[in-house]
Design a protein around this ligand. Sequence first.
Ligand SMILES: [Zn+2]
Length: 413
Amino acid sequence: MSHASISSSFVTAFGKLSANSDDYVPDIVRLILSEARKGRASDVHLVPSESALMMQWRVDGVLHAVAGFDRELATRIIARLKVISGLLTYRTDVPQEGRVAREYSPTEVRVTTFPTLHGEKAAIRMFAENDQLQRLGQLGLPDTVRSRLLEHLGATAGVILLTGPSGSGKTTTVYACLREIIAQSGGSRCIMTLEDPIEVAVDGATQSQVRPSAGFDLATGLRSLMRQDPDVILVGEIRDPQTAEAAFQAALTGHLVLTTFHAGSAAEALTRLLDMQIEPYLLRSGLRSVICQRLLRRRCEHCGSPPRTEPGLNEKCEKVAEGSDKFRLAETPGSTCGHCGSTGYSGRMVLAEMLDPDLPEIARGILQRTDARQLATLAESAGMETLQQAAGKAIAAGLTSHEEVLRVLGSLK
Ligand SMILES: [Zn+2]
């Protein structure tokens, strides 16, 4: 491989396309989708500027400039993408959402467009393949968290809360938990889900997609679901007090409830639920465990040292856009490593902290509506390994870098 940057394979394939072909633009779009999937991108951004259409890929949670297409191609590429996603090509003044038809992509791909100063921007979300069966053991959770979580998954009642900011891998963990329960129970437990949207089809679970516009939202759906005699319920995400209340009621009536919740730490998740008017006693008796997680990029085993700083993405894009001749490569100068696209990182690992609401100090803290900071201190003194401590261990073990921890956690105490 001559160029070992993230974009190298795309550049090579792009160079082979014939600009005179009638299928030139369809071929470019096909190539964008197939190469992004090959490059493990979770999202592709096509961003119009005055002089070019910039393409960026999010790989392992970080956005990389990949290429700049000539301005003249910009509207045609976006229009083609809209055609295969069933969007209205003549409407360029309103945001639109669609999914790429299966004949153009073997896996689930969603496209959203958004009108901007220089034309429509498109964001493409690439969903993982269904056969990517990730079990808990493959996530890289800390041993103590994994073994405790496995115990909790065997329980018959209570809420298991997976928390973290967006992009922290909560959904991946929740699906892994679901597969673990299915494997453990061997079909002896009725497992149902309520999701918005269903991101991955899981064999052995009965999955439902809510339709809020038809009055079938998470909260009302959950109440109806109770009459379906489930043992285990996955609620995609708690976003409002009604869903939170319904989830805790389900837990108290003998159901194991798995769900995700947006919060920066395990302690913050507790106080945010209290802020949603969940009664402290309900939280105290319904909650089985709170896990808060982050994803860190793993250090590449082959080239070892990641770059100390990521060059400014915008600066890099501008450079690519300048004097753009149909297409220019946004490459990282310097060392070349084919294993990680010269980013210094390959794959990701989960950092996690697990708060046990049954600890007497925590239980008391919940009932007294203690604030997040105080709860975190209580949990730490009761022996909880915090995200910060787990990050320190990961750096010491050479699994990731100090820079990466700073990027994800903001600081390292
Ligand atoms: Zn490498």
